[in-house]
Design a protein around this ligand. Structure first.
Ligand SMILES: Nc1nc2c(ncn2[C@@H]2O[C@H](COP(=O)(O)OP(=O)(O)OP(=O)(O)O)[C@@H](O)[C@H]2O)c(=O)[nH]1
Ligand SMILES: [Mg+2]
Length: 412
């Protein structure tokens, strides 16, 4: 089933209601979830995803709320997903989180969403991953995923994070053995929360001792102390988080995609024809590109409709960026366009190009052009390109640690 028309486009453009609708579709795994998932796939890998896990009542939500304040003060946008496998949607913990974080609700740079149990945990981990993708595509800089507990189930969920924080409140019992081995292995940092409580020092000592035994010096994560209620230690935690800046590690092939995205951005900026036509890149990756165009008077034919040549230009630009995104010049040897619907002035058209096949010398691409407002299919361009092997405008290939280069559609 298709995604609701325009939903993903408006999510990408920053519309919060569309984001909330997309998340609901993903969470419920509704009929159009697969289509939404597919449309989001090309737009992820930019956010820094931080998993926060630890025992119930350990101070996670208070910490996350304080962290939001710190990150906002540093100009970051923040989204939070509170995952609670144990309580139903009306359960106290989830409700409590929302109230606690309510102070941030009015801030447009903050988005908070709770995910509650829908049966088995695998499903929950899956929907948490989907929701994180939606928030990533909606352009949040930092996404925090809060999970309750400290067992294998949380390890599953925090797999989607780039950075994993394990919260250890004082007084976990006799010692910190409650922090299970699996969690110890995945932690990038430990946070001794509620450090104003008397047992905090002992908890920190025990953690350090356990880490000295269980992890080699090079891989030993730091142990930080915070008092979330007063803000103590938050700046240090935030500094540590910002120093990491690991992103996109949860996305397969993200390094190639990131390089391709950079190349595409630079290529379109240097493309005179694209600028003249008002073409804008929405997203890109290795072998894919999404380009949009708002139909203006200059795009109209004598019947007052969008000129076929303008539609071809849009599709051609998406194809050109996608096939050059690997960093080597690709020359179009055969292209066919079929136009199935018209478009009028003021409407946005979106062209999505993807790689169908690729061999050493040839690659095949398909571009779908749709009307953004209702998702109506407008045109399909299929093209075969010859891979010259030469770097795009003389620069080394992307992915080989290179920078990108401009190209013109004709040079493809
Ligand atoms: N003394 C002290 N209490 C704190 C601190 N941070 C949180 N708390 C208290 O600890 C309790 C639990 O805090 P939460 O932030 O809800 O803990 P949580 O880990 O999110 O709890 P669940 O989501 O229910 O597992 C609350 O009563 C907080 O007020 C702190 O830094 N110092
Ligand atoms: Mg909580």
């Amino acid at each position: 089933m298709n995604a609701p028309p325009g939903l993903v486009e408006s999510l990408l453009a920053g519309d919060r209601r569309s984001l909330a609708r997309a998340i609901t579709a993903l969470e419920n795994d509704s009929d159009n979830a697969a289509a939404v998932r597919a449309l989001l796939a090309g737009h992820v890998g930019q956010a820094h995803v931080i998993g926060v896990t630890g025992p119930p009542g350990g101070g996670k939500s208070t910490l996350v709320s304080a962290l939001i304040g710190q990150l906002r003060a540093r100009g970051r946008t923040v989204a939070v997903v509170a995952v609670d496998p144990s309580s139903p949607i009306t359960g106290g913990a989830v409700l409590g989180d929302r109230i606690r974080m309510a102070a941030h609700q009015a801030d447009a740079g903050v988005f908070i969403r709770s995910l509650a149990s829908r049966g088995h945990l695998g499903g929950l981990a899956r929907s948490a991953a989907d929701v994180v993708d939606a928030l990533d595509a909606a352009n949040f800089h930092t996404i925090v995923v809060e999970t309750v507990g400290a067992g294998q189930s949380e390890v599953e969920i925090t797999r989607i994070a780039d950075t994993r924080l394990v919260v250890c409140p004082p007084g976990l019992g006799d010692d910190v053995q409650a922090i299970k081995a699996g969690v110890l292995e995945i932690a990038d940092a430990f946070v001794v929360s509620k450090a104003d409580l008397p047992d905090a020092q002992r908890t920190e000592r025990e953690l350090l001792a356990m880490l000295a035994l269980r992890r080699t010096a090079g891989a030993r994560p730091p142990v930080l102390r915070t008092v979330a209620t007063s803000g103590e230690g938050l700046a240090e935690l935030c500094d540590w988080i910002e120093r990491r800046e690991v992103r996109g590690t949860r996305c397969a092939a993200s390094a190639a995609d990131r390089a391709a995205r950079q190349l595409i951005r630079r290529a379109i900026a240097a493309d005179g024809y694209g600028r003249h036509m008002g073409l804008e890149v929405v997203a890109g990756g290795a072998g894919s590109a999404t380009v949009r165009m708002r139909i203006g008077p200059q795009h109209l034919n004598f019947n007052g409709r969008c000129h076929g040549g303008a539609i071809f230009s849009l599709a051609d630009m998406a194809l050109g960026l996608a096939c050059n995104s690997h960093g080597t010049i690709a020359a179009l040897v055969d292209g066919n366009i079929s136009i199935s619907a018209g478009a009028s002035e003021g409407e946005w058209l979106v062209a999505q190009a993807s790689e169908v096949s690729r061999s050493r010398k040839l690659a095949v691409y398909r571009v779908d052009v749709r009307r953004a407002a209702d998702g109506e299919h407008v045109a399909c361009l299929s093209g075969t390109v010859y891979l010259t092997g030469r770097p795009v405008l003389g620069e080394p290939a992307a992915g080989a640690g290179s920078s990108a280069a401009p190209h013109t559609p004709a040079a493809r």
